[in-house]
Design a protein around this ligand. Structure first.
Ligand code: NAD
Ligand code: MG
Length: 368
């Protein structure tokens, strides 16, 4: 049986790898493709560049939607699939982090599958294999630690976008690469895991594992832990989500164990990388705090990439925004969009204040 696939965000890092997976499997048929701004004529029977993708999705009648858009802009695609009970392969973690309960309520009403594409969550999904949260002691998400692992806070003051964009183990789009350098990515993933697996935050741990071979572990209440291992290659979780429950072959090589694979784990450094602890706080506060965390982070990462904000200013902007928003739960999409817009506005105002500006020392300036 063929599966009709709609790929939204087809020109990005995930999108391009998804095209490879779809092209390799005769049972996967690409019926629609969309991108934010790059032309994609002829890529699929239905294509669209920018705008509202929901009409494209209506016409495409997909069996599965792969949401590979980056950022909160992916929200309408996530909600479209969840509200209609169409299976959703979700790479766009920001939409689930921001929409949280609203997204889960839509899924509960319509009953489609929510298949994580994020490698850690795909790994956890497979280790959990439908077992009830009551059997789970805790979920462990692994983090590579990014390019600045091991640095003190002082050693992060002057890092440039170029340095932050050089990720040691994963090749990804710019936004998630910066998020990996600040550990905001792991913070978003912590909140993503809470919503995907219905686990309270005190039962989700994060450990640094530089090799990115163990993607997640689930500790069960009997003392057993199941781990998911594999080389860091997004084609594996993309293929798993698109061919679920069949687990099709991929070109990714088997792990070379006899070649001397060693596994190393450390506690994360929450002082150098405060965005991880801030995500936990935002998640525990609940309501629209995760939405505000995400919104402020998107604004701050954009400013960092444009050279308008120092690296450590990203966490400051998020922290100040979280302290300033009201965080009340959104009862509907309109309230969620308002919360997102309000947090963005606060983050932008904070980036424009003299306090934030004076913290920014342009390249070449003397360090304090
Ligand atoms: P990317 O920047 O490489 O690609 C983003 C895609 O989204 C592009 O196709 C772009 O055209 C589209 N897009 C951007 N802005 C848009 C907008 N406003 N409206 C509609 N489309 C827009 O990003 P990526 O690295 O492929 O990441 C995509 C998502 O997958 C992110 O949420 C990221 O966190 C998640 N993810 C990525 C990886 C990875 O290895 N790249 C791993 C895990 C999760
Ligand atoms: Mg991930």
């Amino acid at each position: 049986m063929t599966k009709r696939v709609a790929l939204i965000g087809a020109t990005g890092s995930i999108g391009r790898q998804a095209l490879e997976i779809v092209g390799a499997h005769p049972s996967l048929e690409l019926v629609a493709a969309a991108s934010g701004s790059t032309r994609i004529d002829g890529l699929a029977p239905l294509t669209q560049v920018g705008g509202d993708f929901t009409e494209l999705l209506e016409r495409a009648e997909p069996d599965v939607v792969l949401n590979a858009v980056v950022g909160f802009a992916g929200l309408p695609v996530t909600l479209w699939a969840l509200e209609r009970g169409v299976d959703l392969a979700l790479a766009n973690k920001e939409s689930l982090v921001a929409a949280g309960e609203l997204a889960l309520a839509a899924r509960a009403r319509a009953g489609g599958l929510l298949l994580p594409v994020d490698s850690e969550h795909s790994a956890a999904f497979q280790c959990l294999d439908g077992r009830s949260p009551s059997q789970v002691d805790s979920l462990v998400l692994t983090a590579s630690g990014g390019p600045f692992r091991g640095r003190t806070r002082d050693e992060l003051t002057d890092v440039t976008p170029e340095e932050a964009l050089a990720h040691p183990t994963w090749s990804m789009g710019p936004k998630i690469t910066i998020d990996s350098a600040t550990l905001a990515n792991k913070g978003l993933e912590l909140i993503e895991a809470h919503f995907l697996f219905d686990l309270p935050y005190d039962r989700i741990e994060v450990v640094v594992h530089p090799a990115s071979v163990v993607h997640a572990l689930v500790r069960f209440r009997d003392g057993a832990a199941l781990a998911h291992l594999g080389y860091p290659d997004m084609r594996v979780p993309i293929s798993y989500a698109l061919t679920y429950p069949e687990r099709a072959a991929t070109p990714v090589p088997a792990l070379d164990l006899a070649g001397g694979l060693t596994l190393e784990f450390h506690a994360p450094d929450l002082e150098s990388f405060p965005l991880l602890a801030l995500a936990r706080r935002a998640g525990e506060l609940g309501g629209t705090y995760p939405c505000a965390y995400n919104a402020a982070n998107e604004v701050a990462v954009g400013a960092f990439l444009e050279g308008r904000l120092p690296f450590l200013g990203i966490a400051d902007a998020v922290e100040e925004t979280i302290a300033a928003v009201d965080g009340a739960a959104a009862r509907d999409l309109e309230e969620l969009l308002e919360a997102d817009a309000a947090a963005r506005q606060l983050a932008r105002e904070r980036l424009a204040t003299p306090a934030s500006a004076s913290a920014f020392r342009p390249e070449g300036a003397e360090s304090a």
